[in-house]
Design a protein around this ligand. Structure first.
Ligand code: PHE
Length: 455
């Protein structure tokens, strides 16, 4: 017997309407999804129509209506949104940097590329190994095995370099399946920066004591890879590019945080598949260190994929915009960026993006805590799947979901998990009744989707 139940969709959208965040929801991005309780999977239609384009579905498909409803909102381009002001300030800083020969801005700024990209763009083009954990279904929103919502703006590096750009910023929304708390949301915004140098550009300033150009090279054969550099690069070239990268970033943050005299920062060694060496940049505020970006010297094989591998060397960085805006404006919760509440938005209604503003909470509404305990009849639930389900039903009323208890009962031969779900609205007090209804809805969908008994 094959029973099909309608899943999630209505309830998801119903709660979104109640939190009034559906303004930009597009008609074309509604799904008619069904649920098969025997196979315990969502049944996707053979094709999904997203932004007027049809995408075939397959066993990789795991997008959900919550994600789709956010598509096309482009918060970074919404006039007077805090992310708009922040990107304006980053723009201003990079526009001031002039190409010495042409006196025109060095950096091009691209902020309108579609977040739907291919696996080739998001991973292969930037040399992410086939078995790299960042490719997994549990970390990304796939439309099908070849197409996904970009997990980072690095997905566009190779295309933009190929199109002829040597220095650019690429700004946009990125999508990741993640835990739920006040600093994590499945969609956030990144700004990618890339600058490439050929031999003249890199060594232009470098003259020897007699005022002649040194005969310095970017590439040398038989060069080794170690912690400081890639094989094939000379150390002097890498050090100059590294200095340019670190100078660019520290100067950017001095501009963004003008009281920089007291701003402590540090570089932490890191690893990315597309840069080597790589670093993370952190700043200290009130005794707490915040990681703001990842960066490094672009892997030469990425430049080879872009057709520039022979003559150029370059740096890249990717910074998270919400993280910076939260610090800059004192915004306490990442969900606020999606608020359409005038109490929030009106605080950012000004023309001059450099204006220093501190967000004042409209009012603090109480939290409401409900636990969800269940026995799993078969396999253990992956918490990321549970987070997704909770978010798709509770929408922005979910402040946090914590796995607070987990054990295996030998006699029963069953796993048990208990999640704590913390509900809170950003703009009103929730009634107990309303929360109970949502909680019940979550329990029902858990039973259907995961084959569990609610305890
Ligand atoms: N794409 C990386 C991320 O999202 C950040 C990054 C960009 C790191 C460019 C190095 C170079 O985490």
């Amino acid at each position: 017997m094959r029973i099909l139940n309608r899943l999630l969709i209505q309830s998801t959208f119903r709660y979104h309407y109640r939190t009034n965040t559906v303004k930009a929801q597009k008609k074309s991005n509604t799904f008619n999804l069904e649920y098969d309780p025997i196979k315990q999977t969502i049944i996707y239609p053979p094709e999904l129509l997203i932004n007027n384009k049809n995408y075939p579905t397959d066993s990789w498909t795991n997008v959900n209506p919550h994600i789709l409803s956010r598509l096309g909102q482009n918060l970074h381009r919404q006039k007077n949104h805090p992310l708009y002001h922040l990107t304006n300030r980053i723009r201003q800083y990079f526009y001031q940097q002039k190409d010495p020969r042409k006196q025109s801005p060095k950096f091009s700024i691209i902020d309108n590329l579609s977040p739907i990209v291919t696996v080739q763009q998001n991973f292969d083009s930037i040399c992410t190994p086939n078995d790299h954990v960042s490719r997994t279904k549990s970390m990304n929103y796939y439309i099908n095995k070849d197409t996904l919502f970009r997990a980072h703006t690095s997905a566009h590096q190779v295309d933009l370099i190929r199109s002829g750009l040597n220095a650019f910023l690429c700004i946009g929304d990125v999508y990741r399946r993640d835990s739920i708390d006040p600093t994590h949301y499945p969609i956030f915004h990144q700004c990618e920066g890339v600058q490439l140098f050929n031999k003249e550009e890199l060594f232009m300033e470098n003259r020897n004591v007699r005022g002649e150009k040194d005969n310095l090279q970017i590439f040398a054969s038989n060069e080794y890879r170690d912690a400081t550099k890639q094989e094939g690069h000379t150390l002097e070239a890498v050090k100059l590019v590294e200095a340019s990268l670190k100078q660019t970033i520290t100067d950017l943050f001095k501009t963004l945080f003008p009281n920089a005299a007291t701003l402590n920062s540090r570089w932490i060694d890191a690893t990315f598949p597309f840069t080597h060496p790589s670093w993370e940049y952190e700043i200290e505020i009130d005794g707490k260190w915040y990681e703001l970006l990842g960066c490094g010297i672009i892997e030469q094989s990425v430049l080879e994929n872009s057709g520039l591998g022979k003559d150029y060397i370059g740096w890249a960085f990717g910074l998270g915009l919400e993280r910076i805006a939260m610090i800059m404006y004192g915004i306490p919760d990442i969900r606020l960026f999606w608020s359409t509440d005038s109490g929030f938005l009106s605080q950012f209604q000004f023309e001059d993006s450099t204006r220093p503003v501190q967000y004042k909470p409209v009012s603090a509404y109480p939290q409401c805590i409900n636990d969800l305990s269940m026995w799993m009849n078969k396999t253990r639930i992956d918490p990321l799947d549970l987070y997704d389900l909770v978010r798709s039903i509770g929408g922005d009323l979910i402040e946090q979901v914590l796995l607070i208890d987990e054990f295996y009962h030998e006699k029963k031969d069953k796993h048990s998990q208990t999640y704590r779900i913390i509900y809170r609205s950003m703009d009103r007090t929730l009634t107990k009744n309303e929360i109970n209804m949502i909680h019940k809805d979550i329990e029902n969908h858990c039973q259907k989707q995961f084959d569990v008994e609610i305890r």
